[in-house]
Write a new protein. Structure first.
Lengths: 269, 161
């Protein structure tokens, strides 16, 4: 069909548009491709990112725990005053609460003991007692000394021959080995020849070590240890050593030795 | 059950502690161990029909410059000397060092173990064993858990003699 003038004009206009906007169209196409590409990429990457975020949520302490701990340590070290200021109100309250509870318990216990001590029965008893002061008497009853552990250990090898334990020690053999090692280390490092380590204090425990020819006896006690209790304990240790060293069969029969340890140290309690 | 004290000796870094870690799980803290220079671990080993509780004293080093209390060596029923196959300084004085352990512990036989087998080829190991002044009882790798159990079984057997 023959084209009209108007058609020709339109075509020319279209042609002109094509010519003038060619560059823009190219840019537009590129932009479109870029957007499509990024959408495709987003579809691919989204699940991976979600998975990673979930993994991070689940395992955050494992991935960053050490770093955070380290940062906190550094922060505390470098800004001690600020940290103390921030923690003081909380810690102070906790400590105060604990001390109040403990003092209440202590005063109840002291009241009971004092009431008991000033009963007619005890006043008569006191007339016959030795040098012990009332304060010592009260303290001893409030913080009664208790034999917690007794270990009979071969001196050189550190092997455990027999024991008594109030607590639950998982591996007594290993403990007696380490105790022997610590004893040897301390004697080697601090003592002159022939001197032995005799006392170790640890938290609420007092560890006493009595050395004999082939064995040593270690006892762990808790509570307030006065001279009477100490004398009594040493007597018991010496009695046990005497029995064991006279009859060496105790050292090769753990059950038999454990029985005599209980008889010596615990049965009177 | 019989309990025996056995020693594990050798220079620093030869893998004594790794051998023990493969064999038993220790509960003592590392700070403590490095201070007193010894770690005591325990493990029950079966030799034939007999069960033996081994109290393994892992003594840190045997050099004169390392002040290790002599008492650590007393009362032991067996000892294992460990050296590092990949470090010459740990076996160059092997004979002398074993004699020191023999003297301190009063033991005649010491089990000699070359550790870190995984760092050498079998040819290198063969050549090395020929050049060492004392017979090597076992080659181990604590890292790859090779011959570790055997080394402690030898030690347990030795403790019964």
């Amino acid at each position: 069909m023959k084209k009209t003038t108007v058609d020709n004009k339109d075509n020319r206009f279209e042609l002109l548009k094509e010519l003038l906007l060619a560059e823009d169209r190219k840019d537009f196409k590129l932009l479109q491709e870029e957007i499509l590409e990024s959408q495709k990429f987003k579809l691919k990457v989204d699940p991976v990112i979600d998975e990673k975020i979930e993994d991070l949520k689940q395992n955050f302490p494992e991935y960053f725990g050490d770093n955070i701990t380290e940062s906190i340590k550094v922060q505390i070290r470098e800004s001690q005053d600020e940290v103390v200021e921030a923690l003081y109100p909380i810690m102070g309250k906790l400590i105060k609460k604990f001390i109040v509870a403990e003092i209440t318990k202590l005063s109840e216990s002291i009241n009971d003991t004092i009431n008991n001590k000033f009963s007619i029965k005890h006043i008569i008893k006191r007339l016959f007692k030795g040098k012990k002061t009332d304060a010592e008497d009260v303290l001893q009853e409030v913080f009664e000394p208790i034999i917690e552990e007794v270990f009979v250990i071969e001196k050189d090898s550190g092997l455990l021959a027999g024991s008594y334990s109030r607590g639950k020690i998982a591996d007594k053999d290993m403990v007696s080995g380490m105790l022997t090692a610590i004893k040897s280390f301390a004697e080697d490092a601090f003592s002159k020849e022939g001197q032995d380590l005799e006392d170790i204090k640890f938290e609420n425990f007092q560890l006493s070590i009595q050395n004999f020819k082939t064995i040593y006896i270690a006892t762990a006690t808790s509570g307030v240890i006065n001279s009477d209790f100490k004398d009594e304990l040493f007597d018991k240790i010496n009695n046990l050593a005497e029995v064991v060293l006279r009859d060496r069969s105790y050292l090769s029969d753990e059950e038999k030795l454990n029985k005599i340890i209980i008889e010596t140290f615990i049965k009177d309690e | 059950m019989i309990a025996k004290k056995v020693l594990l000796v050798g220079n620093f870094g030869v893998g004594k502690t790794s051998l023990i870690r493969r064999f038993v799980l220790s509960e003592f803290s590392e700070d403590y161990i490095s201070t007193i220079g010894v770690r005591v671990s325990s493990k029950i080993v079966k030799v034939g029909n007999e069960e033996i509780k081994l109290l393994i004293w892992d003594v840190a080093g045997t050099n004169d410059d390392e002040k290790i209390p002599k008492a650590y060596f007393l009362g032991a029923s067996a000892a294992m000397y460990v050296f590092d196959l990949s470090r010459e300084e740990t076996y160059v004085n092997l004979k002398n060092q074993i004699e020191v352990v023999q003297e301190l512990s009063g033991l005649k036989n010491i089990t000699v173990v070359g550790n870190k087998k995984d760092l050498l080829t079998s040819n290198e190991i063969d050549h090395l064993i020929k050049t060492i002044s004392v017979p090597v009882n076992l080659i181990t790798s604590a890292k790859e858990n090779e011959n570790v159990e055997d080394a402690f079984t030898i030690l347990a057997k030795q403790s019964l003699n």
